[in-house]
Design a protein around this ligand. Structure first.
Ligand SMILES: [Cu+2]
Length: 178
């Protein structure tokens, strides 16, 4: 608020002029107060980090792990079920294993399509430096190993399925506290 007491400015000789200046300043200050108090109430809500620990469990993007968590793909051409995870819930290790079951729009198991699994940290803009391994099991089930969640935070695991040349995706989002 340097304009309130700017020593470089000539001092006002007219008291009415001072009054106007004061009124304008007061108006600006009162206009700022709601913005400041909004900031204060924001920062008084629980911080995302607690003592250096990442706590993203309440992040609206993530879904808490549970066996048989099922997502529908963006274009509704398939469903992806996270049958189980090891460790469960997923944890910060390079060796997460997920069992996924994929079914097409009619509910039939997906067995002959191209499958891509892509882990990613949306808040950091990076993937792991290592690739997952996908082993096809029976009945549209896939064992995904080497899911390298190497740091705590929000991870997405995008499951891409290409059927008849059309790609579609379902995105699991998990929080790995740590
Ligand atoms: Cu990261």
């Amino acid at each position: 608020m340097t304009f309130m007491a700017d020593p470089a400015r000539p001092s006002y000789t007219d008291s009415r002029m001072k009054l106007v200046h004061f009124a304008v300043s007061a108006f600006l200050v009162s206009a700022l107060v709601p913005a400041l108090s909004a900031c204060t109430s924001d920062s008084s809500s629980p911080p995302p980090n607690d003592g250096g620990l990442v706590t993203c469990q309440n992040d609206p993007r993530v879904v808490a792990y549970q066996p048989n968590l099922t997502l529908e793909s963006t274009r509704k051409s398939f469903k992806a079920t996270l049958v189980s995870a090891d460790p469960a819930p997923p944890a910060v290790t390079s060796a997460n294993t997920w069992i996924l079951k994929l079914t097409d729009a009619s509910g039939a198991p997906i067995t002959g399509s191209d499958i891509l699994i892509e882990p990613y940290m949306p808040d950091h803009g990076h993937s792991p430096s290592t690739n997952v391994a996908i082993a096809k099991k029976d009945n549209g089930t896939y064992e995904v190993t080497k899911l390298n969640f190497f740091m705590p935070g929000v991870w997405t695991v995008t499951v891409k399925v290409t059927q008849s040349g059309a790609e579609d995706a379902a995105v699991f989002a998990v929080c790995l506290p740590g």
